[in-house]
Unconditional design. Structure first.
Ligand SMILES: Nc1ncnc2c1ncn2[C@@H]1O[C@H](COP(=O)(O)OP(=O)(O)OP(=O)(O)O)[C@@H](O)[C@H]1O
Ligand SMILES: O=P(O)(O)OC[C@H]1O[C@H](OP(=O)(O)OP(=O)(O)O)[C@H](O)[C@@H]1O
Ligand SMILES: [Mg+2]
Length: 281
């Protein structure tokens, strides 16, 4: 049975379980459950702290895990990112009280609080900067006010937490993170990994694309198909009405409204957009 680690709480937890549910897997019903066995699909899900997931996978105790790229790198585990999942995006950045620090070089000799010393220490080393890294478990934004640090390095999503603490980012982003799938990456894929991966890809495609159907006169089909090239090739079928065709194609969700405007402008009618529930490309 494929053993999969899923974040049990925090920013990635709900989205990870939702994605697995959409991929047809049984997920825990109770937020306190530690393990769920999906007998039908031969997968066992372990709900673990997101920070620990890469370690279990790297040790080979579990086959696959969903975690953040930042947590994977911070752990130093021998695990490998095999796919991105399109949620949990954030940047990892230096920040300090507004107006105090403006560049990484000014961090020399200062105290930097972070929950990610495994990212920050090697990063400073690469930059040739010597600072004192203070490891804290969370709420690092408060550490400066409390006199424990001069700057922080932390996850920034909307920037709300930083603003509330009177902090400002400076320097280049240290890292861009998002939710990823990790495996041990030792060359031999565990049984069931290929299917697991294909199912998650199916959810990502279903979320990224919509299905678009429209009718158009046959002399404009070539123009229309240029607007909706699809993934492989659009389906074009004759309509009962002479000189008209029906076209069906997958279109990126975020461009759908614009594509509909453009299709309408060249004479397409009956343009319909529907959600894709699942797919295998
Ligand atoms: N707004 C966000 N806040 C925190 N983490 C986020 C956010 N957006 C994405 N993430 C990602 O979530 C992961 C961290 O998860 P989480 O915050 O649940 O862990 P933690 O801080 O170690 O645990 P906890 O906060 O429960 O003590 C990281 O990969 C991080 O990049
Ligand atoms: O830019 P924002 O949208 O404000 O999000 C970023 C904040 O969210 C996370 O905190 P979390 O809630 O996980 O608490 P923690 O600091 O205790 O980990 C992270 O550590 C930042 O503090
Ligand atoms: Mg957190």
């Amino acid at each position: 049975m494929l053993k999969v680690a899923v974040p049990n709480k925090g920013a990635l937890s709900e989205a990870a379980s939702l994605m697995l549910t959409e991929a047809g897997y049984r997920q825990r019903r109770n937020a306190k459950d530690l393990v769920t066995v999906d007998h039908d699909n031969q997968v066992e899900f372990f709900y673990l702290r997101p920070r620990d997931i890469a370690i279990y996978v790297g040790e080979g105790t579990l086959d696959v895990g969903i975690t953040g790229r930042d947590l994977l790198l911070d752990s130093g585990a021998q695990a490998e990112e095999i796919m991105t999942l399109g949620f949990g995006a954030s940047t990892f950045r230096f920040a300090a009280p507004a107006g105090t620090l403006a560049a990484e070089s000014e961090l020399a000799g200062r105290r930097i609080a972070t929950s990610y010393p495994g990212i920050v220490r090697p990063h400073l080393e690469r930059l040739g900067i010597e600072s004192d890294v203070v490891r804290l478990d969370g709420a690092v934004e408060t550490s400066i006010r409390l006199g424990v640090a001069d700057a922080i390095a932390d996850v920034v999503e909307t920037g709300t937490t930083l603003r509330q603490a009177g902090l400002e980012v400076f320097g280049e982003p240290i890292l861009r993170s998002e939710a990823v799938v990790v495996t041990r990456g030792n060359g031999t894929d565990p049984d069931g990994l290929e299917v697991f991966r294909r199912r998650l890809e199916s959810v990502i495609v279903a979320r990224t694309y919509v299905m678009m159907d429209y009718d158009i006169s046959t002399d404009r089909v070539e123009d229309a198909v240029r607007l909706t090239p699809g993934i492989e090739s659009p389906t074009v079928s004759p309509l009962h009405r002479e000189g008209w065709a029906a076209v069906r194609s997958m279109v990126p969700r975020e461009t759908a409204q614009r594509v509909m405007d453009d299709l309408f402008a060249i004479g397409a009618r009956g343009i319909l957009v529907t959600d894709i529930l699942a797919c295998r490309i």
